[in-house]
Design a protein around this ligand. Structure first.
Ligand code: ADP
Length: 473
């Protein structure tokens, strides 16, 4: 049965504590401890898939389910919930308990030890009106989607260096997955969410503390903060830099108006962390799947998987996505759209399929050659020529992201102007990803059809958010 498949039928009813790792909550997990948070680029690679210890008692024992909808996906709503013990807020995703959903949950859980991957906190298998469901409790990503955040900046220019820092975070998440032999295969803007910007409060406290210090003490405090921040993980270095540069400026005895300007700058700065979610199409790349109709679906987007090998092929989809996201970050529109808001003609689409995208003026004039070079290596139509995640991480634009020029970009203003086209762009990216996945999925034809329906279903969901597929709790 589905329950015994989860290996949790014997689990006693007990309350969970979301701060612990779920593996610690079951008395005797049958599999090794899940990967603990690791800094990027560090082995060992956990190849054994730990079983997700699903709880069998009711989710409502541990969590209060709110009516607040955080987002709508193809599988229904993601709602807010609150842990009864700690009062802390989480996101709850409800899936029908089918093998595909178990794969999604297990792979997401397996990967969720990384700082740039949304953390899975608890999973429950409960049934509602005789429908078996999986309820996934995740950290609540209150910061919203990546591009909404950039769009909201309005006049405050988004720079190439910031784009590089974001790409570093995305690539770190993908490098972690690929090291674990997992391909995400649905890497797109909607699946990149920001954690709460809780650090803003911290920044303010830090600055106000600094204001109250007598001149002489300022330096020692500054160094203490510096040490504290340097010992933290990679992603927070950006935050540390912003804070430190502000503190340095303050220490140089600037007039009050400048100090206030610095303070405003810090409190406005994006210092939240970006994380990848939605493992609905994720796949182990080290497990062979029956081959069947692969060759029937040859399109210019990819070479046949048997040419490249299924593992590299699946991973190469993620690198294509990285290229598209990087392109959009640097100009505000995707490579497969015309520069000025008009969806492309079929002729233009054909050009892009054969790799003929461009870097139009004026948006791309001030973008560094290194950035363009990396994009060209990522958007290769033939996946055997496309950069791997390791090569991408080794490219100077990513490795030395802090040294990328701080040139203001057109991105935020173009994203604002082209708000209307954003939905269409998302559909376009989704279709392309679906066509790429067809390459190695054994149920490829079905998946392609599902993928088209997915768009329709999503549109329906957006029009009628109440009509979600899994039962409401
Ligand atoms: P689906 O697989 O059904 O498409 P997603 O996992 O992509 O669902 O979630 C749908 C939407 O719900 C996302 O686009 C996002 O807006 C919101 N969402 C998902 N996970 C979270 C989370 N952990 N915190 C906050 N919002 C979330």
């Amino acid at each position: 049965s589905a329950q015994s498949a989860a290996g949790s039928a014997t689990e006693k009813k007990r309350k969970s504590t979301p701060r612990e790792s779920p593996a610690k909550q079951t008395s005797k997990p049958k599999s090794p401890t899940p990967p603990s948070p690791q800094p990027e680029n560090v082995e060992p690679i956990p190849r054994e898939q730990p079983k997700m210890p699903y709880h069998t008692h009711a989710v409502t024992t541990d969590y209060r389910i709110s009516r607040k909808v955080l987002g709508v996906g193809i599988n229904g709503k993601v709602v807010e919930c609150e842990h009864r013990g700690t009062g802390e807020k989480y996101a709850l995703k409800v899936l029908r308990d089918v093998p595909k959903a178990r794969r999604e949950v297990d792979l997401h859980y397996m990967a969720s030890g990384h700082v740039n991957i949304v953390r899975v906190v608890d999973v429950y298998e409960n049934s509602y009106n005789n429908v078996q469901c999986l309820l996934v409790v995740m950290e609540n990503m209150k910061g919203g989607e990546l591009f909404n955040r950039i769009q909201e900046r309005g006049q405050q220019a988004f720079t190439e260096r910031e784009a590089a820092a974001i790409m570093y975070e995305i690539c770190s998440a993908v490098a972690h997955l690929h090291r674990m032999a997992i391909a995400h295969r649905d890497l797109k803007p909607e699946n990149l969410l920001y954690a709460e910007c809780g650090k803003l409060g911290e920044a303010r406290v830090l600055l106000s503390t600094f204001y109250t210090l007598p001149e002489g003490q300022a330096n020692s405090v500054k160094y203490a903060y510096q040490r504290a921040y340097i010992s933290r993980e990679q992603g927070e270095r950006g935050e540390a830099r912003v804070l430190l540069s502000t503190l340095y400026k303050l220490s140089k005895g600037l007039p009050l108006s400048d100090k206030l300007a610095c303070q405003r700058a810090v409190t406005k700065t994006d210092i939240a962390r970006l994380k990848l979610t939605d493992f609905g199409f994720a796949k182990r790349t080290d497990e062979s799947e029956p081959q069947g109709l692969n060759t029937a679906c040859f399109t210019p987007y990819y070479c046949a998987p048997e040419v490249l090998g299924a593992e590299k092929y699946d991973k190469s989809c993620d690198l294509w996505s990285i290229g598209v996201i990087m392109y959009i970050l640097l100009c505000g529109y995707p490579p497969f759209f015309s520069a000025h808001g008009q969806p492309m003609s079929p002729g233009m689409k054909a050009k892009i399929k054969s790799g003929q995208y461009t870097f139009p003026a004026p948006e791309w004039d001030c973008v560094s050659e290194a950035a363009k070079d990396l994009i060209m290596k990522l958007l290769k139509t033939d996946p055997s020529e496309r950069y791997t995640i390791e090569q991408t991480m080794d490219h100077k634009w990513i490795t030395h992201y802090q040294k990328v020029p701080d040139t203001p970009l057109f991105t935020s203003s173009i994203l604002c102007d082209q708000r209307e086209q954003w939905g269409e762009m998302q559909d376009e990216m989704e279709k392309t990803l679906a066509s790429m996945r067809v390459g190695t999925d054994n149920m490829q034809i079905k998946n392609l059809a599902e993928s088209n329906n997915r768009l329709l279903a999503k549109r329906k969901q957006q029009r009628n958010p109440g009509g979600s597929s899994p039962p409401t709790i």
